[in-house]
Design a protein around this ligand. Structure first.
Ligand code: HEC
Ligand code: HEC
Ligand code: HEC
Length: 274
């Protein structure tokens, strides 16, 4: 009798665990199912992102009856599919050092409209004058208003201490960048800004080795060029221990251990040294 009782107890225990797991997973599909229902009842437009969440937003709309400009992933909110790859783009225009690349068939998505603070930056605070207490070195003084607006700037990570705000942003015209000759660069041509220090990357981007293009792939076809800041956040390219290119992604939690296994210590006893 006792022999039988143990497996039953175990079954009850693990059954409970299994039920617990199912219950944990359950809200996910339920929430996913609820989302389209909510969208149907409220006329709120669906907004998804392209390369960077919160910085490359696209609002879904119809470009023709029944044809949306973009379709968003219901699970991640990322753009999955385009009705027209050139939708929302403008001609890239002449860009310094790009030779023949910026002909009439190169298109970009404007960055300025994605900026939250740009419209006010150059008028409300930085209105053509240096702010009081303007720092003379490359250690920005954390001003509470700035920290509140863009918290990530308090720990600015680009250039390993070699560059700071006014190596990119124009000192008195804050809605512009500037090149080494002092010429102004708009927010919609970040390649001209980045290219002043990363000339090799600008050349690769021009030649289609770095970055991304979509559209008509015949040699004379119209293409959308993804600009540098659509992928890179210029304020934190050297984040964390990896310190290269992109903000580190927090690892997902480890998978559930198989039944009966108390910990994953056996993984440390790998037979093949590596
Ligand atoms: C490497 C060049 C570079 C440096 C250095 C830099 N920025 Fe920027 N900053 C940019 C670019 C490029 C953009 C536009 C980003 C985009 O298109 O997503 C921007 C955007 C901004 C914006 C507008 C954000 C918005 O949503 O409207 C603010 C404010 C700003 N930067 C402040 C700062 C401050 C303060 C510093 C110094 C701590 C700094 N930046 C350093 C390149 C730089
Ligand atoms: C004023 C010069 C300057 C400008 C302008 C500039 N950068 Fe940088 N960038 C640097 C320096 C310096 C480093 C650090 C390189 C190093 O330590 O090897 C760096 C590092 C980087 C890195 C990390 C590379 C690595 O090897 O870790 C990326 C990505 C990057 N920049 C992207 C951009 C983008 C995108 C722009 C335009 C928005 C830009 N940079 C504009 C000077 C600049
Ligand atoms: C479609 C997205 C995309 C675009 C557009 C883009 N990059 Fe990158 N870039 C990347 C990726 C992905 C990496 C690899 C980063 C890594 O290894 O962490 C990278 C790496 C870099 C690096 C670091 C290279 C290294 O040796 O580690 C620099 C600097 C850089 N990009 C600059 C630029 C500049 C300047 C532009 C615009 C002319 C640009 N990028 C456009 C996605 C992009």
């Amino acid at each position: 009798m006792k022999k039988l009782a143990i497996p039953i107890t175990l079954l009850a225990l693990f059954g409970g665990v299994w039920l617990g797991v199912v219950a944990q997973d359950a809200p996910k599909p339920a929430a996913a199912a609820a989302a389209p229902a909510a969208a149907a009842s409220a006329p709120e437009p669906q907004v998804c992102f392209e390369s960077r969440e919160g910085a490359t937003q696209v609002t879904q709309r119809e470009i023709k009856p029944g044809l949306p400009n973009v379709r968003c992933s219901p699970t991640t909110g990322a753009a999955l599919w385009y009705g027209d790859p050139l939708d929302g783009t403008v001609p890239m225009g002449a860009t310094a050092n790009l030779d023949k690349a910026s002909e009439a068939n190169a298109f970009i998505k404007p960055r300025a409209e994605q900026m939250k603070f740009l419209a006010t930056c150059g008028t409300a605070c930085h209105n053509g004058t240096y702010p009081k207490g303007y720092p003379k070195d490359n250690k920005p003084v954390p001003i509470p208003t700035m920290v509140a607006m863009m918290p990530e700037l308090a720990t600015f990570q680009h250039g390993r201490g070699a560059i700071w705000c006014l190596d990119c942003h124009h000192a008195t015209k804050r809605d512009k960048f500037f090149d080494h000759a002092g010429n102004l660069i708009g927010f919609d041509q970040p390649q001209a800004l980045c290219g002043k220090c990363h000339g090799d990357k600008l050349r690769d981007w021009r030649d289609g080795i770095h970055g991304k293009r979509t559209g008509d792939f015949t040699s004379t076809g119209k293409k959308r060029w993804y600009t540098c800041t659509e992928c890179h956040n210029p304020h934190n390219v050297q984040d964390g221990v990896r310190n290269r290119g992109f903000v580190q992604i927090k690892p997902e939690t480890p998978p559930q251990l198989p039944r009966g296994m108390k910990d994953a210590r056996h993984e440390k006893l790998h037979p093949i040294p590596h």
